[in-house]
Write a new protein. Structure first.
Length: 442
């Protein structure tokens, strides 16, 4: 995208770039450039730092927000070196001074796009490695999740039994998968059993299989199916007492008898257990064996609830948007600041699972290529707080200030869909464009 006022120099530059196989979109002022950034993918852009009706720094910020990694080349008059340096700090790729030397500019653009492709390739390879080694889904910059990652790295290469603690939906199974994927067993099966989802009378045969009865064949259990790999027992506190005894013996002897009797079966399985209830309290109450808890607790990893790691929510949101775009054939480009802020403030009693389910619904119902906005949030999130859908108009504001606030909030609510915003405000689209320009709304 070339952003500059109409003139012979701009026409010549556009023609030069097209001659060198660039697909050029020309924006004659800042308002038009904002529309292009909102509506179409942009790989590179030429933007003047200062020009009539063009705020180069505001455009750069929007471009980096909408299209991270964009090759932004700022055009300087030569007298605004400080702004050029600030633009580079913000993320501009390079800057050129007027009059623009077309040969140098071409070299900068080609190098920038080459670096862009290389960065994309590195990201792709890193994603493959992360997926291979199980860390892609363990998202978190928070101190709590960094500690979890460090513990996974330490315990995964060993044979130790692992007990993963955390509230329902906090991501215990994801941690168990990461342990498996980073272990010498990564090429073997990862088998998962949710003990809370099984009737107490069925747990034994589900885990240990059943001996042949009459003409029927023996049925292998989950431990046998996980041979050579890893078995993850979620909600281990729901194991009946008799099954607790069999699990303890398996950990001691590496063998078990099928439900109903039969010859002992030897297995080589790593056991990982997950719990959301207080097993120490269950031991005191006589509902869980202390010796089994000790066996399971060789290595313990505690997964923090989502409300204690809110700084991880933006990264999780982007991960889920990407996942659900692929799964449902959608084209959601991100999420607005206002909608993300609401997600970050929500307490998420159901933890990551609840956030994931909410994002899936938002993506499924989103139409077109646009970011998710406040209007896409589930009713429970939109109506949760008293200020949802309200506008903070303070006594002493001028009419112009109140109008600017109203227009900016409506644009945020619609994800900068100007047609929807104009309809909600009850004004024409041209009037809205004029007011956006008059009020300097980015």
């Amino acid at each position: 995208m070339v952003v500059d006022r109409e003139g012979e120099a701009t026409r010549t530059l556009n023609a030069f770039l097209r001659q060198h196989a660039f697909e050029v979109v020309w924006a004659y002022d800042g308002e038009e450039a904002f529309n292009v950034l909102d509506d179409a993918p942009v790989q590179a852009m030429l933007v003047p730092l200062r020009a009539p009706r063009i705020d180069g720094m505001a455009l750069l910020r929007r471009a980096l927000e909408r299209h991270p990694g964009v090759c932004a080349v700022m055009i300087s008059s030569g007298s605004d070196l400080e702004r050029a340096v600030e633009a580079m700090r913000l993320g501009a790729y390079d800057f050129q001074t007027r009059p623009v030397h077309r040969g140098r500019l071409l070299a900068v653009l080609e190098r920038g796009l080459r670096d862009q492709r290389l960065a994309a390739r590195v990201t792709e390879l890193q994603t493959r490695l992360d997926r291979r080694f199980g860390f892609e889904r363990l998202v978190g910059r928070s101190r709590g999740m960094q500690r979890v990652l460090e513990q996974v790295r330490h315990v995964a290469p060993t044979r130790a039994t692992v007990l993963i603690e955390g509230e329902a939906g906090s991501g215990k199974r994801t941690v168990a998968q990461a342990v498996h994927q980073n272990s010498p067993r990564k090429d073997e099966r990862f088998v998962w059993v949710d003990c809370a989802a099984l009737a107490p009378g069925l747990i034994e045969s589900e885990l240990f299989g059943s001996a042949p009865a009459g003409l029927g064949a023996a049925r292998p259990g989950r431990f046998e199916l996980a041979e050579g790999g890893t078995l993850y027992l979620d909600a281990v506190g729901d194991l009946p007492p008799a099954v607790q005894v069999k699990v303890l013996r398996l950990l001691q002897d590496r063998s078990f008898e099928p439900a109903g009797g039969g010859e002992p079966i030897r297995v080589d399985v790593r056991l990982i257990a997950g719990k959301s209830r207080d097993l120490e309290a269950e031991v005191r109450a006589g509902r869980f064996r202390e010796d089994l808890l000790q066996r399971l607790s060789v290595a313990r990893i505690e997964v923090p609830p989502l409300r204690e790691r809110r700084e991880d929510i933006p990264t999780l949101v982007q991960l889920f948007i990407r996942d659900f775009n692929r799964a449902h054939g959608r084209h959601v480009t991100g999420i607005t600041h206002g909608a993300l802020e609401r997600l970050v403030r929500h307490p998420w009693p159901g933890n990551v699972r609840e956030l994931r389910n909410a994002l899936e619904g938002m993506v499924v119902f989103a139409e077109g290529r646009r970011p998710l906005s406040l209007s896409d949030l589930p009713d429970a999130l939109r109506g949760r707080e008293g200020d949802a859908g309200r506008l903070a108009i303070e006594v002493g504001m001028t009419v112009d200030e109140a109008e600017r606030h109203l227009i900016a909030a409506t644009l945020e609510h619609t994800g900068h869909d100007k047609t929807r915003a104009a309809t909600m405000l009850g004004i024409g689209l041209r009037t809205l464009y004029r007011k956006i320009k008059d009020f300097g709304i980015g």
